[in-house]
Ligand binder design. Structure first.
Ligand code: F6R
Length: 584
């Protein structure tokens, strides 16, 4: 959610920052901007649109020190004026986060003064200008005492040949190079630029020059933050011959499942230790991560026979939930930085619960809170829509449920990557994609575990194709929603549970009788024959009933991808969205 990059070195800063911003575009792409410092003078360039809008002009920006930003608009519409950097007096700043008390601060310190933008962020540069008396760290500390909300801010100041970073509740990392140093929201911005990074703590202020990095903690004491290997490499950002990251990442589902299985072996005993004696499990996350939690609820209740609830993190954290020390909270987040999920995990810690983080991001905030971190082996996921991380999460959750139940889940999971590959090789989703692209709305239906995947199928389709869609339990249709079914609607019914196949096929008949179009994603024997000439049948391989989501997920992901292409949407960068939602 907004990406920031900073550079201090001997090379032209605008080039390095531009390339870094390109890698962070998944965090937002409403506007972009760069400010550099040259001979004590700040120059800035900022435009509405994607990072590439800057390309033709970046050579105008001289200097070997600078900051850049790619924006996901929160306060103030996407426009040139609201684009970062915000420049005032001796300062330019870029900000990721939300300053919740910006109106109060504006009123208190600036009265009726008109600002240049409608953003919450401009208050930061105005306050810096107001409080600065030659001591940059002192001014940053002063503003940190009055800002409320979340922020990772990078600053350049005309008096200092370097960049400064201030962080609270939003991610900021430092990168260590050779004669050059960096700041960024996330490691991909620094792929190929530096092999070592540090993650800043809340309240940290960092001063970064080409020669070194000084970090001050909340009490302005000098500190050294642990140096970590930068796992993002240029190879991990390659499209691998695919036209889009989304397709590349769906094709990496088998590897994601297998890597997750292998990585779990290294944490299994810790998971066992942390979850010993747990009597209830709450699973939390947002969006796709929440949807993978719905699958996990089935695993835990079926295998372990203890109560499990799945909660949307943004609701859970505010509903005063009952959490006892005998509760385990499993917090799921691809990025490990989603504000609601991180806060939900903090709440669980404060109530004495055990916290398990299931995440794709090894150095993220979530990993610092949890009692145990279960890695998702998806590797870097660039497409805004989650695909291989969803299946990786399901694999991780299956393994956790196995540990709780004392079952060898790893053994069962072993066969799945091969079946995922078969699904990818043989699936033909084009006809259904065409049906969805022409439809007035798509309903994803299923029962039990298939319903959990139906919700994810619906989210994926609406997210990247903008075709209106809902996910429903197959049995619920007749309780109201059936009124919406007509010749323009498509029902995609997921049927992988032999036990419930007959019941789900009832829903198929109900839609067909109302002239709706139907497609079935299924591995149930004989279904093609029963539906011949009446419904589109997409077959996926037969497998263990609990692991079928790993195969049906591929089908719904490919369906969303192909529908988006037919409608000429950009599947990697859907409108209005960003990956890594670090604000509320
Ligand atoms: C949908 C999608 C989002 C994320 C959600 C949580 O394709 O990607 O719904 O799943 O924003 O993000 P993480 O998993 O990073 O917490």
């Amino acid at each position: 959610m907004c990406g920031i990059v900073g550079f201090a070195g001997a090379r032209r800063a605008s080039d390095i920052i531009y390339n870094g911003l390109k890698q962070l575009e998944y965090r937002g792409y409403d506007s972009a901007g760069i400010a550099t410092l040259s001979d004590g003078k700040i120059s800035a360039l900022k435009r509405r649109g994607r990072v590439s809008v800057l390309e033709s002009e970046i050579e105008k920006l001289g200097g070997v020190t600078g900051i850049g930003h790619t924006r996901w608009a929160t306060h103030g519409k996407p426009s040139d004026e609201n684009a970062h950097p915000h420049v005032f007096g001796k300062f330019a700043i870029v900000h990721n986060g939300i300053i919740e008390n910006y109106s109060d601060l504006k009123e208190k310190y600036f009265g009726g003064v008109k600002f240049n933008s409608d953003t919450d962020s401009e208050i930061i540069v105005r306050l810096l200008d107001k409080f600065y008396g030659g001591d940059l760290v002192g001014a940053l500390k002063k503003i940190s005492l009055i800002l409320k909300g979340s922020y990772a801010v990078a600053v350049i100041c005309a008096d200092f040949e370097g960049i400064a970073v201030l962080k609270r509740n939003n991610p900021a990392i430092i990168g260590y190079g050779d004669g050059e140093n960096f700041a960024a929201s996330d490691a991909p911005a620094l792929a190929g630029l530096c092999s070592e990074i540090s993650v800043l703590d809340d309240g940290d202020i960092a001063l970064i020059t080409k020669d070194g990095v000084n970090i001050f903690d909340e009490n302005l004491q000098g500190v050294v933050r642990e140096r970590l290997v930068n796992l993002a490499t240029p190879a991990s950002l390659d499209l691998g011959g695919c036209p889009h990251y989304m397709l590349k990442e769906i094709r990496e589902v088998p590897a994601s499942v297998e890597r997750t299985r292998l990585a779990y072996l290294t944490v299994e005993s810790k998971v066992k230790e942390v979850l010993r004696g747990v009597k209830r499990v709450i699973i939390t996350g947002c969006g796709t991560a929440y949807n993978s939690g719905l699958v996990a609820k089935r695993y835990i209740e079926s295998f372990v026979k203890i109560p499990a609830e799945t909660e949307i993190a943004g609701e859970f954290r505010y509903k005063n939930p009952v959490i006892t020390p005998e509760t385990a909270v499993i917090a799921i987040s691809q990025s490990g930085e989603t504000a609601d999920t991180v806060e939900a995990a903090k709440l669980a810690v404060s109530c004495g619960a055990k916290v398990v983080a299931v995440t794709n991001a090894p150095y993220s905030q979530l990993t610092r809170i949890a009692d145990v971190v279960v890695p998702v082996g998806a590797g870097s996921e660039i497409c805004v829509a989650a695909t291989k991380s969803y299946t990786g999460q399901i694999a991780a959750l299956y393994l956790i449920a196995g540990t709780l139940a004392g079952i060898d889940a790893s053994e069962k999971l072993l066969k799945i990557p091969k079946l995922c590959k078969e699904t990818l090789e043989h699936i033909d989703i084009d006809t259904l994609a065409d049906m969805c692209a022409r439809s007035g709305g798509v309903y994803f239906l299923g029962r039990d575990i298939d319903y959990a995947v139906a919700l994810e199928g619906s989210l994926k389709l609406k997210e990247i194709s903008y075709v209106p869609s809902e996910g429903y339990p197959a049995g619920e249709l007749k309780h109201g929603t059936l009124a919406l079914i007509d010749i323009k609607t498509v029902a995609v019914v997921i049927i992988t549970d032999e036990r419930l196949a007959g019941k789900s096929e009832n829903a198929v008949e109900q839609v067909l009788s109302r002239k709706g179009k139907v497609a079935v994603i299924s591995n149930v024997a004989g279904i093609e024959k029963r539906l011949e000439g009446r419904a589109e049948v997409i077959k996926i391989p037969a497998c263990d009933e609990f692991l079928s989501p790993l195969l049906s997920a591929i089908a719904v992901q490919l369906l969303a991808y192909k529908t988006a292409l037919l409608l000429d949407r950009d599947p990697d960068k859907p409108r209005n969205l960003a990956k890594s939602v670090t604000v509320e």
